[in-house]
Design a protein around this ligand. Structure first.
Ligand SMILES: [Zn+2]
Length: 86
């Protein structure tokens, strides 16, 4: 469903979702055509398959952020506990 505006002026893509730092989803403001970033950085059509991949990527990405913010103390306490047992 291409609007006449898109045919004449091209699509007007806006970021619709930040999946990771490098992968984003875009949607055209006028006709709702959706794109995403592929593995090699090109923009490709957002098919249900890619949406699924992005869901997984997003989950992994969020987990990584959480782990990065895990306080170093927690790691230290874990190691100290091990020492005490030994
Ligand atoms: Zn469009």
């Amino acid at each position: 469903m291409k609007s006449i505006h898109c045919k004449v002026f091209g699509h007007d893509y806006k970021i619709s979702r930040h999946v990771t730092y490098h992968v984003k989803e875009y949607a055209c403001k006028n006709c709702k055509t959706e794109l995403t970033t592929s593995g090699n950085g090109d923009l490709i059509a957002l098919t249900p398959k890619f949406r699924e991949i992005n869901d997984v990527l997003e989950r992994i990405h969020h987990k990584r952020i959480l782990r990065k913010n895990e306080p170093i103390n927690k790691v230290l306490v874990k190691n100290q506990a091990k020492l005490r047992i030994a």
